[in-house]
Design a binder for this molecule. Structure first.
Ligand code: ITT
Length: 197
């Protein structure tokens, strides 16, 4: 299936293509006039509601423009830090662009309990149907930023199912073995192609 990913984040497209292309889909960015759609993220909503809202906006903006056997994918993610009561959660994008990773590290200075979770909700619109899948990746927030792979919070997030390196230090393949995005997208692929078919 041809999957158009409506996102402003090219890293997400590359990661989704690496996960879904080997499963028989073809992922590409959804561009209008050569640019990603500008989707409004309703603040104060959970990532589930934000993902559904982004899909509605993308479907409306492309109404009648995509052929059959094509789907629109959107995804919303967040980093939920236990000791900060789940902050930044749905505000992760805003927080990254304002106080940044160093701001999160400062908020957690001297904090011993450093548990956190990346969460993703992926929603696919296909022939009027909506499929939805979620994924999570548990880990801890490091005390310093490390690594230049990945994007966003990767340099300060150490996945539980790893060897102590941050996601920023993992190769793209290693990240795709444990990431919230990989889990959400593999779930979508199973909904599209149930194992019994
Ligand atoms: P779109 O909404 O346009 O898809 P975005 O980058 O704004 O792109 P999100 O709102 O879903 O995406 O992401 C919320 C924040 O979480 C944002 O700061 C991302 O950089 C960060 N994030 C999402 N997935 C991540 C990942 O795999 N590794 C590190 N940070 C991630």
């Amino acid at each position: 299936m041809e999957i158009f990913f409506a996102t402003s984040n090219s890293h997400k497209v590359s990661e989704a293509a690496a996960i879904l292309d080997p499963l028989g889909h073809r992922v590409q960015p959804l561009l209008l006039n050569g640019r990603p759609l500008e989707l409004v993220e309703p603040q104060a909503e959970g990532i589930e509601e934000v993902a559904r809202s982004k899909l509605e906006q993308a479907v409306e903006a492309t109404s009648g423009m995509l052929g059959s056997q094509t789907a629109i994918l959107v995804e919303d993610c967040g980093l939920f830090v236990d000791s900060l009561g789940g902050f930044p959660g749905p505000f992760s994008s805003y927080v990254e662009s304002t106080i940044g990773l160093q701001g999160i590290l400062s908020l957690m200075e001297g904090v011993e309990s450093r548990g956190a979770e990346y969460r993703a909700v992926a929603v696919l619109g296909f022939e009027g149907e909506t499929l939805r899948s979620s994924g999570a990746c548990k880990g801890v927030i490091s005390t310093t930023a490390s690594g230049s792979n990945g994007f966003g919070y990767d340099p300060i997030f150490v996945p539980e199912e790893g060897d102590g390196r941050t996601c920023g230090e993992l190769s793209p393949h290693e990240k795709s073995q444990v990431s919230h995005r990989a889990r959400a997208l593999k779930g979508l692929s199973e909904l599209l192609n149930p194992p019994s078919k």
